[in-house]
Design a protein around this ligand. Structure first.
Ligand SMILES: *Cc1c(COP(=O)(O)O)cnc(C)c1O
Length: 398
């Protein structure tokens, strides 16, 4: 493990870069989390909700057609797309909202980019009968009207953030400000493995159910560990959950797949590890895409869910130590993979997840037939069908 509990650091990354007024709240959250993560009642309620509300355990599915077609390693998909609300995000939100409830909070706030984390948070707020307010860049509320309406249906209030460039990074800033303004009854539900410590660790722990299940499922079916685990990386929550239980198994290679957009060498990219540099934003030290003045750059990818200008601190440390490798996949490659997995396996996967699938298409043929890859399908792709059609020049909106 790269994490150092004493300081909340992952190597040189992580930490707690927050306004003074939030420090005592962060200390309360740390103490509460350290208590409840070892509390059998808390863990029982968490796993009951995962199993009986979110539809876990998710399948580990042998992709026989793709394996045969690519002619190399055996490919297994960890099917987070089959969870309630259609992605891995619900695992983390259930955990954080339960902690919030235990701490006596009655109000959840969250930032959201494309709206997927906002929808997951609004879902659990409805289930727990808590108030929910979601901050979303004005530009994103215009682009993602369906998700805004979904959140409203679930009873949440959506704030369109009109400061800065009116996208995710501005929503992050607005949510941090709201949290500073009102901590007593409010819990900030972090959307990925990012933010000030202990959030990256909480998200790691709640999402580690992905790799714990996958390891057990694969051992049961084949008696073996995988040779490689592949997952897409935005802030890094599905990837850290997919890696977590394999980090201490040195024979398992770990690949995080970033969105390269038009290409890592262009200005329209979200490939943080390849193009970014060390900086401080969102309460943590990590790697960010930023200009020479340290201002956070605008990022671009066809997949709204990978459109985060940084990466979680544990990934930054895993990249630096070489334990995990990070690669970029372009829009064009992920759209090809979107169509490929649909046609070969009958699965319409999220365009985010298809970045991982595209990398598997490159990796599998370089491996032996007795080797095994687990690829996490982080979400379902129904939400992406219209934009993929548009990418192909087909207008399906009447
Ligand atoms: C949000 C999202 C991602 C990216 O977030 P991570 O924290 O990096 O996992 C990936 N896939 C899907 C389907 C998402 O909704």
């Amino acid at each position: 493990m790269t994490e150092d509990n004493q300081t909340g650091r992952y190597g040189t990354y992580g930490g707690q870069f927050i306004p003074e007024t939030l420090m005592s709240e962060i200390e309360r959250i740390t103490a509460a989390y350290n208590h409840y993560k070892a509390d059998p009642e808390f863990l029982k309620e968490f796993h009951d909700l995962l199993n009986n509300y979110a539809n876990r355990p998710s399948l580990l599915y042998f992709a026989e057609q793709m394996t045969a077609d690519l002619g190399g390693a055996q490919i297994y998909f960890k099917r987070e797309d089959l969870n309630h609300t259609g992605a891995h995000k619900i695992n983390n939100v259930i955990g954080q909202a339960l902690l919030a409830k235990r701490m006596g909070k009655t109000r959840l706030i969250a930032e959201t980019g494309a709206g997927q984390h906002g929808v997951a948070t609004a879902t659990i707020a409805a289930l727990f009968n808590m108030d929910c307010e979601v901050f979303m860049g004005k530009e994103d509320t215009d682009r993602q009207r369906l998700n805004v309406y979904r959140m409203e249906l679930l009873g949440a209030k959506v704030h369109a953030v009109t400061t800065g460039t009116q996208v995710l990074k501005d929503a992050v800033t607005a949510t941090m400000q709201e949290w500073t303004r009102r901590v007593d009854d409010t819990f900030y539900v972090m959307g990925s493995a990012v933010g000030p410590y202990p959030f990256p660790q909480m998200v790691h722990d709640f999402q580690s159910v992905i790799s714990k299940e996958a390891k057990q499922q694969l051992l049961q079916e084949t008696g073996k560990l995988p040779d490689a685990v592949v997952a897409c990386v935005g802030g890094g929550s599905n990837a850290i959950g997919s890696f977590a239980d394999f980090i201490d198994d040195p024979s398992v290679k770990l690949y995080g797949v970033e969105a390269a957009g038009d290409g890592v060498d262009t200005d329209r990219t979200a490939a943080t590890i390849e193009r970014g540099s060390d900086g401080i934003f969102h309460g943590m030290k990590s790697i960010f895409l930023q200009d020479k003045h340290g201002q956070i750059d605008k990022v671009y990818s066809i997949s709204a869910g990978l459109d985060y200008p940084g990466i979680g601190p544990e990934h930054a440390a895993l990249a630096k130590s070489g334990r995990a490798e990070y690669v970029g996949i372009t829009d064009a490659e992920s759209v090809d993979a979107f169509e490929y997995i649909a046609k070969t396996e009958g699965i319409i996967a999220a365009v985010e997840s298809c970045h991982a699938v595209a990398y598997v298409e490159k990796l599998a043929p370089t491996m032996r037939k007795d080797q095994i890859i687990i690829c996490t399908i982080s979400g379902r792709g129904d939400k992406d069908v219209a934009s993929i059609a548009k990418y192909r020049g087909v207008d399906i909106n009447e």
